[in-house]
Design a protein around this ligand. Sequence first.
Ligand code: NDP
Ligand code: 2IT
Length: 445
Amino acid sequence: MNAKNVLEDLKRRFPNEPEYHQAVEEVLSTIEEEYNKHPEFDKAGLIERLCIPDRIYTFRVTWMDDNGNYQTNTGYRVQHNNAIGPYKGGIRFHSSVNLGILKFLAFEQTFKNSLTTLPMGGAKGGSDFSPRGKSNAEVMRFCQAFMLELHRNIGADCDVPAGDIGVGGREVGYLFGAYKKYTREFSGVLTGKGREFGGSLIRPEATGYGTVYFLRAMLATKGDTIEGKTVLISGAGNVAQYAAEKVLQLGGKVLTMSDSDGYIYDPDGIDREKLDYIMELKNLYRGRIREYAEEYPTAKYVAGQKPWFEKADIALPCATQNELNEEAAKALVANGCIAVCEGANMPTTPEAIRVFQEAKLLYSPGKASNAGGVSVSGLEMSQNSERLSWTAEEVDAKLLWIMENIHENCVKYGTEPDGYVNYVKGANVAGFMKVAKAMMAQGVF
Ligand code: NDP
Ligand code: 2IT
């Protein structure tokens, strides 16, 4: 394989999908060497089969808003690869959603899910519907209309969606209710469900907790800990909230959180009580992070900016893709940051990753450090299959084991001759090898 040629070919065949190209380039450039040690892979055209999704569903979703007007959005499901298990991955509702973004997410998910050790393939779906400013009833009608199409193409042993940006417990509940009604089947077809109807304990916390477990493992390679460290977090949604919670539990100090309008900086730290305020603000009232600075006047609100120019020991990007660019990366390094651990998917641009790696920072890509969410989704699937539910302690212990195992694999496959751990390479090679071997064993499809 010549990574450059493969990428050029994909760009020609699938133009106008920059995020997809970006994700593919990152993986190909780091697995090329390992791939080329296996001529049988190239003979089987493996790389093309691994980069192009198995299939993509696109559908119109029409629903009625509270004023009686008809609204039409586009829905998608990208089933990327099921070599090691049923298709698995979240659903994103956000105005920015398009096919290129979902293709990047489904591609990444395939390697992430492989890293978890659980039997899950990769998929992603969503819609350009924005839940922002919509009433509960509107969100419910949209979810029902979305599932009216999607239910034909998913199933507990075929493709199991979950949440992502704009899709949390409320949306998963409505989607599950609709699936059940249309199919007359109660099954583990979605994860992230409510506790009362098959959801796993610790699933809401899993991505954020897992990210901080991974961060702790990275720091441990330097004999360091989270205790006493200052932390910049972006986002104020599901991942950011529980990353903040775990940082607090481990003795760190969270200085920032953000949303798409700006960020808040609290020099005293966002403590437990203040985090409870944010959780209520965001999850119950669906408010804006700006309101934090009105509630706690010692904090400042910076509109239209990202938090990366503040001084801190650690950065946890937990909002969205490409939210941390080269300029921000240089500022973090100049301010003495020692670790960047991604809770979001592909939040760091390729130029910024280079800045971190050249400065020999501890830097981990989302497909390794945010894999805790889908891991507990996999555990939810296991619990649904055996029609039992495990205790929070049991699930949390398994989550911790999985994150430490992913970290070990990154170290195993990503350690460079000078001892620096290239977590991007480690995650990509470890994730890729398992999928590649499974595809080889199953014949040409
Ligand atoms: P939420 O919808 O709960 O929160 C998203 C947060 O990011 C909000 O604060 C939102 O602000 C902000 N945000 C969203 N889009 C943008 C944007 N274009 N620019 C700036 N800020 C933005 O989503 P999650 O917390 O679930 O997801 C966050 C990230 O983590 C995503 O990259 C997702 O793919 C990834 N992830 C999520 C997992 C999960 O289990 N939920 C698992 C693994 C990864 P606003 O309110 O203004 O929109
Ligand atoms: O990006 C992700 O890993 C998720 N949004 C979670 C997917 C899942 O199936 O739990």
